[in-house]
Design a protein around this ligand. Sequence first.
Ligand code: GLY
Ligand code: MN
Ligand code: MN
Length: 448
Amino acid sequence: MRTLLALALLTCTTFAHAFESVPKPEYRTRRAALADKMKGGVAIFFAAEEPILDFMPYRQDEDFYYLTGWNEPGAALVVIASSPAVAATDITPARAMRPYREILFLPARQLRTEKYTGVKMDAATPGVTTATGVDEVHAMAEMPAILSAISPTHRLGSVWTEPDSKQTKALLDFFAASIGLGTTPPTQDVTDLTTELRAIKSPAEVALLRKASDASIAAQLAEMKAVRPGATEGHVAGVIIGKLMDEGCERVSYAPIVGSGKNATTLHYSSNAATMKSGDLVVIDAAGEYSMYASDITRTLPVNGRFTARQREIYDLVLGAQRAAAAAFVAGKSKINDPNHKEPDSLDTVAFNYINEHGKDLHGESLGKYMIHGIGHLVGIDVHDPWIYSRPLEKGMVFTIEPGIYLPEENIGVRIEDVVYVDDQGKLDDLIAKLPHTAAEIEAAMKH
Ligand code: GLY
Ligand code: MN
Ligand code: MN
């Protein structure tokens, strides 16, 4: 009996450590910040649905996760921003402490489905308010009635929604009909607000991004030992995935790209079906997600462990462009992408100019035209975190610097990608600093 109990506790402990979270109060801080930005009205977020085929992958809706940390499917969050009428009618003691109201709606438990996918909580589960950390928790079935009770002060004209949410649309159609409105009034896009909130990472988020990056560095180091002539790209992808899981990641951040030879020149090649050949390069863009936070790393290796002179020339150019972009960075001023390479403050322009001014193709032409993708993107709960790219990069942001040159004519593709954090001094902290960068470091790391 005692052994069984110890085993059960051990299992629980292991599970609890498998998925980490920022401190619970941080989710409430985020909801308060959202309510403040809303300047009135009601925001509605739906969680991801449980897949109909229970063996299909499930991942929580990102904004919903950002605001709640709740990882179970099928829930909804309602945030009611400051309003005197709401404050006057509110009876929740916890609510009296805050200038807004928050309600989590949980779906009814599906006992048969739970046999397949595991036990869930519902609004009647003892301790559910503590477990969720949301002031009020109700059954999903009560949602229309509770929204109707709020509607006399808020109406539907001040509803903030995720524009692509079909659940929200269905709910609002039903809600409009239930209060005698013929059409659903326009809504405002709540992702305009969450995009701004999510862009600035808290120290706890940076810690998770660091863990995702450290696990991904370990996977990239393992792959450097696995690349050799005769091995398949798929084998290398398998080594990466295995190491990511060993290091505590729950999944890959995106399908790993292991592209050798000509495949190195296809940006998002991910069939990973070829056998690697001596003399070729291989671009490996692969990283993992740790407790919902993503990393994103690319390294380019010579399959036989030695760069040719031309491969090294192109490699050094890409590395030079990455370093030039990082050196040019000024918090609050630099932007990421500029497809026209005209904006002097864009890191894209800096990298493009560097590549264009150094090196030539086989026809003596400048290489800028072979840098065919943007220099980077924000990283967070999504590997491509949302951002308004016309705006400058600020302290607290995490983004990639990933220049590349792709020369199909020469079977050469080189991309080097690091994730960087803008610290509170405005300096760039490279979360991938520990992974080899130079051609010589790559060759040394590939030695057995
Ligand atoms: N791995 C996808 C990207 O670099 O954007
Ligand atoms: Mn990237
Ligand atoms: Mn990448």
